[in-house]
Write a protein that binds this ligand. Structure first.
Ligand SMILES: Nc1ncnc2c1ncn2[C@@H]1O[C@H](COP(=O)(O)OP(=O)(O)OP(=O)(O)O)[C@@H](O)[C@H]1O
Length: 575
């Protein structure tokens, strides 16, 4: 900015030198100051004048800028988003912006100089306001209060006042400037929020109460369940005990039933077979040699197995030797074993059946068929438990229980000279005679049922009934082949039966019955067998083996047929 001093230096050209005396100058003054001095003064005056004019201009511009700024401020003030009020210490409105007047629904001039309390509808609010003003003035700081205000149209709104004290100048009491905002919506939201919060809390409390109750119930239920579980466990234990007892009873009953109707695998309820059962019971646990006698197929094999199964040797083997099934020249090596090269064809060392049966039982089936020379060796084994393998001088000692069986009357064989008497007495320590099936007809029905069940299972049939006539026919038949024959008849019938009823196609020849006790009749039966074998052999031109051989026609093994032939002394030359 140009200071007057500067301007004095920088604008010398502005001064207009003049020779004329200054206006108003008296003649006396002119006479006092030299003219040159006068001119200089005039020049200076002119410079001052110019400077004043410039300063005037500057002032005017500053005033204009001030006016513009004031207008802008007034606009800002009027249209600010809050009501601006200033009050004197008594609460009279000194100034208010446009929005402030609009908040109260009035023209600005109707507010100025009026007490603010006029628009505070309630006495409490008025108290709050005057206290607020006093506090603001006293603290000369920022303070907030909330009161209800009432518009000119009577509508109330919730107002928030944020006030500040205006410094008092000397001699004045200062003033309060307040910004007033309508917070009705905000308050409503706040209340709604508070209500929602309250509701939420209420709900949480209710839910918590419910959960606590549920929890309590659950705890009770768990207790009840635990009790139930405990009683269930007890019940299961009791059931198990009952089951065990039932099973035991069942086993006992089954045992009873077995005792009553069968004996292990031996089926029968007749008094004749019951007598056999008693004998088995008596002798099974002993080491005694047993001689089983009875017709072919009557069950000597099953009785031998029953004795072994009830003996202390049951866990060791029962070795069976069918003396008819073995060729005469092999019986010895089969029984006692052989060393390699003991005879032509003995390519390897072989253990005999007596050695195999060591600790167990040996069942010598069809003992009557045993060649005389071997009977002696057998006697030695029975007496001393000793023998030698074929081709070996070494004596072997064994512990074997002997059960022998014969379908021939051995006493007769002794008489015929085909069986050693001493061996017979050694074997006949405990004889058991198994009655033929015709002597125990009471067992037939039971045996039929047993075989039907057995072959149903084996063949996969479902035979459920046996016609009365069929049963009667079976009961009336004499069964020369005994139980084996009955078993074959039932197996055949099951195979051919269609549907659930048993069909028996076999024709049973019920020729006059031989007396069961007569020894002569038994002999007659043997003779019948001998005659029949001779008859068949003659028909086949003495061919034993092969498709059209006598063995095939008789439905027996060729070695069995040969044994029978030996037994009956049948040979082509002698007939
Ligand atoms: N009481 C029975 N209960 C059930 N099955 C029996 C009975 N008796 C015999 N059997 C059966 O009959 C068939 C012949 O029995 P087993 O071989 O014991 O007779 P066996 O008298 O030894 O005959 P063989 O003198 O020809 O050697 C076998 O299948 C056997 O299971």
């Amino acid at each position: 900015m140009n200071t007057p001093k500067n301007r004095k230096k920088s604008a010398p050209g502005l001064t207009q030198p003049t020779d004329k005396p200054a206006r108003g100058d008296t003649a006396g003054t002119r006479s006092l100051l030299p003219e040159i001095e006068m001119k200089r003064l005039v020049q200076e005056l002119e410079v001052h004048q110019v400077e004043l004019e410039m300063q005037n201009e500057e002032l005017r511009q500053t005033q204009e800028a001030l006016e513009t700024s004031r207008n802008a401020f007034a606009e800002l003030y009027d249209f600010a988003p809050a009501g601006y009020f200033s009050f004197d210490p008594q609460g009279l409105v000194r100034s208010v912006n446009l929005l402030g007047a609009q908040l109260l629904g009035l023209e600005r001039e109707h507010l100025l100089g009026k007490p603010m309390s006029r628009w505070i509808p309630d006495a409490d609010g008025r108290k709050v306001f005057s206290k607020h003003c006093a506090d603001v003035l006293r603290r000369e700081g920022n303070d907030i209060c909330e009161i209800w205000l009432q518009r000119a149209n009577g509508m109330k709104f919730h107002a928030r006042l944020r006030s500040i004290a205006k410094e008092s100048v000397e001699g004045t009491h200062g003033a309060i400037r307040s910004m007033i905002v309508d917070v009705t919506e905000e308050e409503k939201l706040k209340i709604a929020l508070q209500n929602a919060h309250g509701e939420l809390e209420q709900k949480v409390m209710e839910r918590t109460r419910e959960l606590l109750l549920t929890n309590k119930r659950l705890v009770l239920e768990i207790g009840v369940r635990k009790d139930t579980e405990e009683s269930l466990r007890m019940a299961i234990k009791e059931i198990k005990q009952l089951k065990d007892r039932l099973q035991a009873e069942n086993i006992y009953l089954q045992h009873e039933a077995a005792q009553k109707f069968n004996f292990g695998e031996i089926i029968g309820q007749s008094s004749a077979i019951a007598h056999v059962f008693d004998k088995i019971e008596q002798i099974a646990s002993q080491n005694t040699t047993v001689l089983l006698q009875g017709e072919t197929g009557c069950g000597k094999g099953v009785v031998a197995r029953a004795i072994h199964a009830r003996s202390a040797r049951k866990d060791r083997a029962m070795v069976t030797i069918n003396c008819t099934a073995l060729p005469a020249n092999l019986i010895e090596s089969e029984l006692f074993g052989r060393e390699k090269g003991a005879f032509t064809g003995a390519s390897a060392r072989q253990m005999g059946r007596f050695e195999l049966a060591d600790g167990g039982t040996i069942f010598l089936d069809e003992i009557g068929e045993m060649p005389m020379e071997l009977q002696c060796k057998l006697l030695r084994v029975i007496q001393d438990g000793e023998f030698e393998r074929l081709g070996s001088p070494r004596t072997i000692k064994v512990d074997v229980r002997i059960i022998a069986a014969s379908n021939r009357k051995l006493e007769e064989e002794i008489k015929n000279g085909s069986f050693r008497e001493d061996l017979y007495y050694r074997l006949n320590v405990f004889p058991i005679t198994i009655p033929p099936l015709r002597a125990r007809k009471d067992d037939i029905r039971l045996l039929v049922n047993f075989f039907v069940a057995k072959f149903n299972k084996k063949i996969g049939k479902k035979i459920e009934t046996i016609p009365k006539e069929a049963l009667e026919a079976l009961e009336n038949y004499d069964w020369p082949g005994n139980v084996r024959e009955l078993e074959s008849v039932i197996e055949r019938a099951i195979i051919i039966s269609k549907g659930p009823s048993l069909q028996i196609l076999d024709q049973f020849n019920t020729s006059p019955k031989p007396s069961e006790t007569s020894g002569a009749d038994v002999k007659a039966l043997v003779d019948l067998e001998r005659d029949h074998i001779i008859h068949v052999l003659q028909k086949t031109n003495w061919r034993v083996e092969g498709k059209n051989g006598a063995a095939a026609i008789l439905d027996i093994n060729p070695s069995t047929l040969r044994a029978r032939m030996r037994k009956f002394g049948i040979n082509r030359n002698s007939i």
